[in-house]
Write a protein that binds this ligand. Structure first.
Ligand code: SF4
Length: 484
């Protein structure tokens, strides 16, 4: 029988069928596209965690059996050193330990995570590791969850002391450790048997999205307007689904009492969009010129620019359309080159483009305002100008949410849902960068030293096209509200 590993046991803990499928029918799994970038981020976090123990030794020969031998030699050496990826095997379960740090009378075991807090499902991971390592005869004094500290501010010069919090999780895992032999037996039994008959349920996305979901629950033909398009109402949706309602149009009016739900229901039933003339009235009142702006940001687990924090949203791009009373449009933009901290140049160029007068339209003001507030606090010399821009901000999202709905929006007022109902010619699906997540990945690639110059140019082009599309979309939406 093939051996087990920590990740296989964790898969079995989530669902026995998951482990069976990944062992015998791995071709059925569907890996989501964000997984590669999450793995890259995780690898970088691991590298930094190791760099904080400069005398440490990385055990990575390329062969697991050699890694086992190397680990054995190093843990029995007279002068013990921190070990990275120390490899152990017990009861046919193989584990690799991120950090094994020698302390008086034993070791501290560390599992490195790129999250900013301890999540309950990490305990199983660490319990398996600690159990196997102890079975191999090592004395583990403490097991730590080594996670990112979100209060850390990068001081520059590759100095990452303080980036990690070592959370002692001994109390939580000690009682789990005694269950590990049971988990191993159960997993071995599953692997000896035929494909388990388990129906999809809450386990399919807790604690992780299972990559076999499409195999286990093949898509049924969905209703044209499923009841789950009703926004912010999971309780009501469950009640309606339990009562057998699939299509929103079949739900009786008396079952809905929220005015937004009623509007969605009404418009969906009629099949015709709704636009309240109040939207026009509201927009008519704004002066000219009008500015339409949109920002793109990147969040890095390991900050690379002095003065920034882990996962801080760092703005690297803006787009601005300026519209005059005669409806003429001019477009301005900024995209950082990815070599240096982009924030100062971002703020300077934005202030210059947005001038001093005229409404500044955004779509979902919370985000743009938060970025400008952070810039104002990080660069006090621009505080006055940035706060003045914030005071001019007009949010198009609530105007749409209060006064517009089209059946094709399927319960969402995101710009990507609204735009095709108003200006289908501005289709995002043709773009190589088509949403904020893709923009972040594209900029991360631009920042990477190994990305060839030609590929960088293409990525820059994709980003500029995408962000310009976002602000042009806002112009179209505002025109539609005013002219219909
Ligand atoms: S999709 Fe659900 S039922 Fe199927 S293997 Fe995954 S967790 Fe198990």
């Amino acid at each position: 029988m093939a051996g087990l590993s920590k990740s296989k046991l964790i898969a079995h803990r989530q669902c026995p069928k998951r482990l069976w499928l990944q062992t015998y029918k791995p071709e059925l799994q569907e890996i989501d596209s964000g997984q590669t970038s999450r793995m890259d981020a995780g690898n970088l976090v691991g590298d930094i965690a190791r760099s904080l123990h400069p005398t440490g030794i990385l055990i990575e020969s390329g062969s697991l059996s050699q890694d086992l031998i190397d680990t054995k030699t190093l843990v029995s050496a007279k002068r013990r050193k921190p070990l990275f990826e120390a490899t152990f095997k017990a009861s046919n379960v193989l584990v690799k330990v991120d950090l094994l740090l020698p302390v008086r009378n034993g070791y501290k075991l560390g599992e490195v995570k790129s999250s900013t807090k301890v999540k309950p499902y990490y305990y199983d991971d660490s319990a398996i590791q600690a159990w196997v390592v102890k079975k191999c005869g090592l004395s583990i004094i403490q097991t730590n969850l080594v996670h990112i500290c979100n209060r850390f501010v990068y001081p520059g010069n590759d100095s990452y002391n303080g980036l990690f919090t070592h959370a002692n999780i001994n109390p939580e895992i000690l009682e789990l450790e005694v269950q590990v032999p049971k988990w191993i037996k159960a997993a071995q039994k599953t692997l000896k048997g035929v494909e388990p008959r388990i129906d999809p349920g809450t386990q399919c996305n807790q604690p992780f999205d299972c990559p076999f979901i499409n195999y286990c629950s093949p898509a049924k033909k969905p209703a044209k307007y499923p009841v789950n398009i009703l926004p912010r109402s999971s309780k009501l949706i469950s009640e309606l689904e339990e009562a057998g309602y699939k299509d929103l149009r079949k739900v009786p009016k008396k079952k809905l009492n929220n005015s937004r739900h009623l509007r969605i229901w009404n418009v969906t039933k009629k099949g015709k969009y709704y636009l309240d003339p109040k939207a026009k009235k509201l927009l008519d009142d704004f002066s000219w010129p009008r500015y339409y702006i949109d920002f793109e940001t990147i969040s890095l687990a390991v900050p690379v620019w002095k003065g920034t924090r882990p996962y801080q949203k760092i703005p690297f791009q803006w787009s601005c359309h300026i519209e005059r009373k005669d409806k003429s449009l001019k477009h301005y933009e900024f995209l950082a080159d990815g070599n240096n901290d982009p924030r100062r140049e971002f703020a300077e160029t934005l202030i210059k483009a947005v001038k001093k007068r005229g409404p500044v339209f955004v779509y979902n003001a919370g985000f743009e305002n938060m970025i400008m507030r952070e810039l104002a606090s990080d660069f006090p010399e621009y505080e006055k100008q940035l706060k003045a821009i914030i005071n001019r901000v007009v949010d198009l999202l609530p105007i749409g949410r209060d006064y517009y709905y089209h059946p094709n929006m399927m319960g969402s007022w995101s710009i990507k849902k609204v735009l095709p109902t108003i200006a289908p010619e501005l289709d995002y699906s043709q773009l190589d960068v088509a949403d904020g997540g893709m923009a972040m990945e594209a900029f991360a690639e631009i920042m990477h030293a190994d990305t060839p110059p030609k590929a960088k140019l293409k990525l820059q082009d994709d980003l500029l096209t995408y962000c310009e599309r976002d602000t042009l979309a806002m112009v179209k939406i505002a025109h539609f509200f005013q002219e219909n």
